[in-house]
Ligand binder design. Sequence first.
Ligand code: PLP
Length: 293
Amino acid sequence: MSRIAYVNGRYVPHGDAAVHIEDRGYQFADGVYEVFAVNGARLIGEQGHLDRLAHSLSELRIDWPLGRRALMVVVREVMRRNHVRDGLIYLQITRGAARRDHGFPDQAESALVVTARKSGPLNKQALFSGVDVITIPDIRWERCDIKSVSLLPNVLGKQQARDAGAYEAWQVDKQGFVTEGTSTNAWIVNADGELVTRNISTSILNGITRLAVLEAAQAADVNIVLRPFTEEEATTAREAFITSSTSHVTAVTRINGTSIGNGHAGELTSRILDLYLSYVDQHGGPKVTESWK
Ligand code: PLP
């Protein structure tokens, strides 16, 4: 079965899907995106993704190519045509195609692409067995709350992690505090058993998975502290994990080569994964809506 993509009003075979060479996403990274997880034929965190998309678009003054409802019809149609039970939906909106000029074009219409990718069903064992993380300097711009397609520092950071045999790189700001991973949010459990993750600001992307984990953990009376944590706190943490729509809640078992806890998913991490899964099962995602920066 061939994959189908949606490009500016048309459903086309993935291999034939193309955008204009003067699309501003291509020339200036002038666009935004969202990645929806699909678990068991269910789209996760729909409302949160749309609210965050609204934030990204309005901060960059890019028009919606379609209304929210019509957009979700397209998303579901791409899901259906690609028979996605488990996997992800990628949605990208750019300022559109126009003669190359840095300033906004007078007349470009925003461009929309939606694609799908299947995966196997969620594998709890793989999430438990954990991944390695390295730390790198955070060299990104000051608006990481916007889910922009301008991802070069994240691309370089992820490759640095791969070159080091790790799965993810946690970015560290100039003050020595971890901001987040290149495509995930960062969490630790400290010696007091507190669950610590960075508070929302323009320094991180407010993950939809992060929000669902927070709501699930709050409902279960887990002791949560929203504040930046240092690189040293991370390497000496009792437990650590990452969250994202594609990695869900994945244990971190080594940071910069140092084992975290006993080298397996910690007790609270395992509990958080279960809490998150049942929360999403019950509510379909975070109830939101909190602020995005
Ligand atoms: N932080 C960054 C930089 C990301 O790119 C992502 C996801 O792509 C996340 C965090 C996690 O966000 P979400 O849980 O919405 O997938």
